[in-house]
Design a protein around this ligand. Structure first.
Ligand code: GUN
Length: 294
């Protein structure tokens, strides 16, 4: 079997276009323009690129984009004060504080300061609690993108055996909850899992989010399974010349694609969905805040 490629670039463009339509309806029918505030502290180069993209794409779908750059030496109290100011600002419907924060800051305390209704990352304990109990909350963007792609590819997921490799708060745990909410039978694997190979072999759906280059081997994939690769790992690529690198996922792509029914490439799979889902979450938050059904 040669797998169908799940095109995250094309799919994310569709999500963004639906968001732009929703934004336009909010304006026409309710005179509301959603606003997303992004806060970055310090000058981590990767974070700066992510944030620039978020700001650009927010404006592109017709939303207000508020961008705050704070210096590396910003104190915890100053950042808390900024978040509280944004919590109180009616023009701001969504707040994202770019992670990682500088080492002297307490990330968990900052996340808990964000009003849960404006927490478009879905990282606040109120939102993880709502996800775990089947309530209406904000869902973390990367797992939301993965579940949208899975449903688009497979339709009904009910009864399927799914494995999530990785147990982070940002991807692994919420991903497992989303699959459970779709009535999958879910295994969460991690660094202490015994016989990972056999666990992966049993799965109809494999979501790899461990952050280790090509850790999931292609010949572990069950024939006809669907593979979602969340990993973005830069590895040396001497074949491209001295000092060159390339980006690979957490799954051995070529051999997995021989066996899978469908698979996301890296890059061009899950990555582009994350910002699209951030924009979608901002519309969702705006609607919840204004009692508008979506
Ligand atoms: N840093 C890398 N990805 C993310 C994300 O999705 N949200 C936030 N807040 N920070 C990040």
């Amino acid at each position: 079997m040669t797998a169908h490629l799940i095109d995250g670039k094309a799919f994310s463009a569709k999500v963004r276009s639906n968001v732009a339509e929703d934004v336009s309806k909010l304006k026409d029918n309710h005179n509301i323009k959603p606003g997303l505030a992004v806060v970055i502290v310090g000058n981590d180069p990767a974070s700066e690129i992510y944030v620039k993209n978020k700001v650009k794409q927010t404006a592109a779908v017709g939303m207000n984009s508020f961008h705050f750059e704070m210096p590396e030496e910003t104190s915890q109290e100053e950042l808390v004060a900024k978040v509280k100011e944004l919590n109180a600002d009616p023009a701001v419907n969504g707040i994202l504080v770019q992670l990682p924060l500088p080492k002297h800051m307490d990330e968990a305390a900052i996340i808990e300061t964000i009003s849960p209704e404006k927490d478009v990352d879905g990282f606040h304990v109120v939102n993880s609690g709502l996800l775990a109990t089947g309530g209406k909350g904000m869902v973390p963007c990367t797992p939301l993108g993965c579940i949208l792609m899975l449903k688009d590819t497979l339709g009904d997921l009910s009864g399927k055996k799914a494995i999530v490799v990785g147990r982070s708060n940002i991807v692994g745990k919420p991903m497992a909850q989303l699959l459970l909410n779709e009535s999958c039978t879910v295994t969460i694997a991690h660094s202490r899992t015994k016989n990972l190979e056999d666990e992966v072999r049993a799965a109809d759906i494999v979501v790899a989010a461990v952050g280790r280059a090509e850790m999931v081997k292609g010949d572990w994939i069950k024939e006809g399974a669907t593979v979602i690769d969340v990993g973005i790992n830069r590895i040396p690529a001497p074949e491209r010349g001295e000092g060159k690198t390339r980006v690979v996922g957490d799954v051995e792509f070529a051999s997995a694609a021989e066996r899978a029914h469908a698979i996301t490439p890296v890059p061009g799979g899950v990555g582009p969905m994350t910002i699209a889902c951030l924009l979608k979450n901002t519309v969702t938050a705006t609607c919840y805040q204004n009692g508008i059904e979506i």
